[in-house]
Ligand binder design. Structure first.
Ligand code: ATP
Length: 245
């Protein structure tokens, strides 16, 4: 039942899993200053809304503001609204302050997805530290965690994934991923329910990455084995170290 237009209720199981992830990894604490990393894609817009609506009912107080690292792929054309403006106005409706920072330049040889993401991450850490935030929230979800696990096995020869909370700089900054227990399809359903308008990723390499290939492989696996995603996700928390080489 939708009680409040801006803060409609999420399905009970979705709400429960957000709370569970936050609790399992102690993601938020009294007095936290949380920087939301917002690309404007569906995942980070939903993340912003979740942490804002959570703020209203949480027994602790924390502050939220959002930042977008602008890679400047967009070019002005007649009548079109820039991604930054669209993101800003959606966050404004949620009551979240938003700033845009130009992405650090990449040298010609560093123009790879890996290096671009790495730079963005470092830039977000720098901005958070300079501006006194102690948490950076990212919009990764369960599908991202499984994909990263596969990426690392297939291309990097190691077994690891992104963890829901990662402490950095001797605990002065933590990365948190409050949607770690949600599936992509659930994130998309929340965005549709809220009427969010994700901006399109204009990076020319967006659909031609190793992650995209892994996504296709996984889609094939899920089609043949519908329970595989849950099982693989459970496996990430059930490593039998005595049976590894
Ligand atoms: N340009 C950016 N500025 C700020 N944060 C970003 C930016 N790009 C990505 N992020 C953060 O990193 C997370 C993962 O980014 P990724 O590029 O993998 O996109 P994604 O999984 O498609 O997420 P989204 O739907 O939010 O774009 C995003 O959810 C967001 O929190």
């Amino acid at each position: 039942m939708v009680k409040n237009k801006q803060y409609p209720s999420l399905p009970g199981t979705v709400n429960k899993r957000i709370g569970q992830a936050m609790h399992d990894y102690a993601m938020l604490a009294e007095g936290d200053r949380v920087l939301l990393a917002i690309s404007g894609g569906v995942d980070s817009l939903v993340l912003a809304w979740i942490l804002k609506s959570w703020q209203r009912k949480a027994p602790i107080r924390y502050t939220l503001s959002a930042i977008t690292v602008d890679h400047e792929f967009w070019r002005a054309h007649d009548g079109a609204v820039s991604p930054s403006v669209s993101i800003g106005s959606q966050l404004d409706k949620m009551g979240i302050e938003h700033t845009v920072e130009r992405a650090w330049d990449l040298s010609e040889e560093d123009r790879t997805c890996y290096q671009c993401a790495r730079n963005r991450r470092s830039q977000l850490f720098d901005l958070a530290r300079q501006r006194g935030y102690n948490k950076v929230a990212l919009g990764h979800h369960k599908d991202d965690l499984v994909e990263t696990f596969f990426l690392n096995i297939l291309y990097s020869g190691n077994i690891s994934t992104m963890i829901p909370r990662q402490d950095l700089f001797e605990g002065r900054l933590a990365l948190i991923r409050p949607m770690a227990y949600l599936e992509k399809s659930e994130v998309v359903a929340i965005a549709e329910m809220l009427g969010l308008a994700p901006v399109v990723n204009l990076c020319p390499l967006a659909n031609d990455t190793r992650r995209e290939r892994v996504r296709e492989i996984l889609a094939g696996i899920y089609e043949r084995e519908p329970g595989a995603k849950q099982s693989m996700f459970a496996a990430l928390a059930n490593v039998r170290k005595g049976y590894m080489l």
